[in-house]
Write a protein that binds this ligand. Structure first.
Ligand code: IPE
Ligand code: IPE
Ligand code: MG
Length: 237
């Protein structure tokens, strides 16, 4: 099909602001996370038609373990429910789901649910949804270095290959962070080298298809130069 040849973009989202969304409503923070899962559903649904072929979302960072146990437990329960409930819908919609980050510290039932969802959706080509769980970009870089060392090729090329060819790596085109903060919080540091950054005050549970469309429209309006001169300078010369 003609459409499948169009180059898709990799959008990554730091889904931030759930806690504040709930607190403002006098609700427990967990209620904000539950509303955040709804927002994720809207965004996953809207992404392919906006030209997004890969969508990486930050669900839980290595540093989020520091939060109160009740919140961590609620987040893990939501993650499990999302994976179990959405796998079939993702597969039917032609989406593939994979999880990046550490797995060894996740509750066993979640690790099993993840592996099963990855298997069940492996054939999806319309959208690759990557969920970052117990994730740290710095850890991912260190892991790649260790893999290069283990493979016996700890050269510059060997490391570079681990970083760029590992299944967890794909350059980000558009990085979105909701919730008003303007920082990366250890998300996709390597892959965002030339990402366009888009920050919005909108809290994640309020984020929807129109917001995603606005971010993608701004992305297309920007001129990416990758250190070169870019089309506008070239055409002016
Ligand atoms: C993002 O929302 C979700 C996770 C980090 C798991 P927060 O929980 O960080 O919400 P705020 O930033 O406290 O509002
Ligand atoms: C980043 O948000 C992690 C996720 C969205 C999962 P945080 O709320 O944890 O980041 P900081 O603490 O504001 O940097
Ligand atoms: Mg936050």
């Amino acid at each position: 099909m003609e459409g499948s040849r169009v180059k898709t973009i990799h959008a990554a989202i730091i889904m931030d602001g759930n806690g504040r969304w709930a607190t403002r409503r006098g609700m427990p923070r967990q209620a904000g996370h539950a509303a955040g899962v709804e927002a994720l559903g809207r965004v996953v649904e809207a992404a392919p038609d906006l030209g997004i072929g890969t969508l990486t979302v930050y669900a839980f960072s290595v540093d989020n373990w520091q939060r109160p146990k009740v919140e961590v437990t609620a987040l893990m329960a939501l993650l499990r429910r999302y994976i179990e409930n959405e796998t079939r819908r993702l597969a039917e919609g032609g989406a593939r789901i994979t999880v990046i980050g550490r797995r060894d510290r996740l509750p066993g039932d979640i690790a099993i649910a993840i592996a099963s969802a990855e298997r069940a959706t492996a054939g999806g080509t319309r959208l690759h949804l990557r969920v970052a769980v117990d994730y740290s970009a710095r850890d991912a870089i260190v892991e790649a270095a260790m893999a290069a060392a283990r493979s016996g090729d700890a050269t510059r090329e060997g490391l570079s290959q681990q970083l760029t060819e590992g299944s967890a790596h794909r350059d980000v085109d558009l990085l979105i962070r909701t919730g008003g903060e303007k920082r990366l919080s250890d998300f996709l540091l390597w892959e965002c080298a030339y990402a366009e950054l888009y920050f919005t005050d909108r809290l994640w549970p309020d984020f929807g298809a129109e917001d995603l469309a606005a971010a993608v429209a701004e992305f297309h309006a920007r001129e990416r130069r990758f250190g070169g001169l870019g089309p506008s300078a070239v055409s002016a010369a």
